[in-house]
Design a protein around this ligand. Sequence first.
Ligand SMILES: [Zn+2]
Length: 290
Amino acid sequence: MGRNLTNLIIAIAALALVAGCFCRSDRQGRSFPIDDPPSNTARSSTPQEERRSSSKPDNGDFIVEHLDVTTPRYVEIDEQVKKERLLPDAAERLNRALSLPHDIFLRTKDCKEVNAFYDPRERSITMCYELMEYFYKTFKSDGRSDDESWEKMFAAVRFVFLHEIGHALIDAYKLPIMGGEEDAADRCSAFINLKELGEEGVDAVFAAAEAFAIESRRSSSSRRNLADEHLLSEQRFYNSLCMIYGSNPTKYSRILTEGMLPKERALRCPNEFQKTVDSWMSLLEPWRKK
Ligand SMILES: [Zn+2]
């Protein structure tokens, strides 16, 4: 498990996720006003050799912060993350791609809970080591091998990270969201994974779908689940498959032929996917560096 978890973290960061919540409460901090005045945090010293610009001014960076880890089994992995400069490399890629109106912090830590969340007050994304461990155990307990569980865990965490980036961008750019923000963040992750990250991105959405499916088999439709701001795991499972199928119905025809997605929904997915792509492209355009 230690090796696997270490490999996972390395892989996460190496991917330099452009931008994720499987979590139950990733909107932690939403009770705070989301239109705080800009923080007084000093500008980051992230090197920007390329002077690319967007139509909107670039007044912030994605900045990595390594927080102290107190859980003994996560100490080694935390040291590895720092040593490999994995998150800084991811932040640099993000900073090359997007302008920001203010800094956004990227954090990994042990949170004492299974979670990943964007905090609008601190303008930070936190990926908890417990969530990574949770994914590993989820896939393992569903019959996957050690290696498969590691790969799936890595992929699912990428989906989550990009979902959190979705929340961060919605907040930073004050993007208009019609419908639930949790669904919008899921679609942001699907959009980036399926349009920008090639096969690795497809693997991420498939892994998230599998995790949603496992979760849905284990949980009942309790009032608490029905009242949650996230869609039900069953819905997130079908939505994920719809995005994949819609991105390329020929390549992913097995989603339809193997009955993973009902035909009635599948027929609408190409249009649904294209609308998702067009919407996010349009919303991000002023902030994309060229
Ligand atoms: Zn979320």
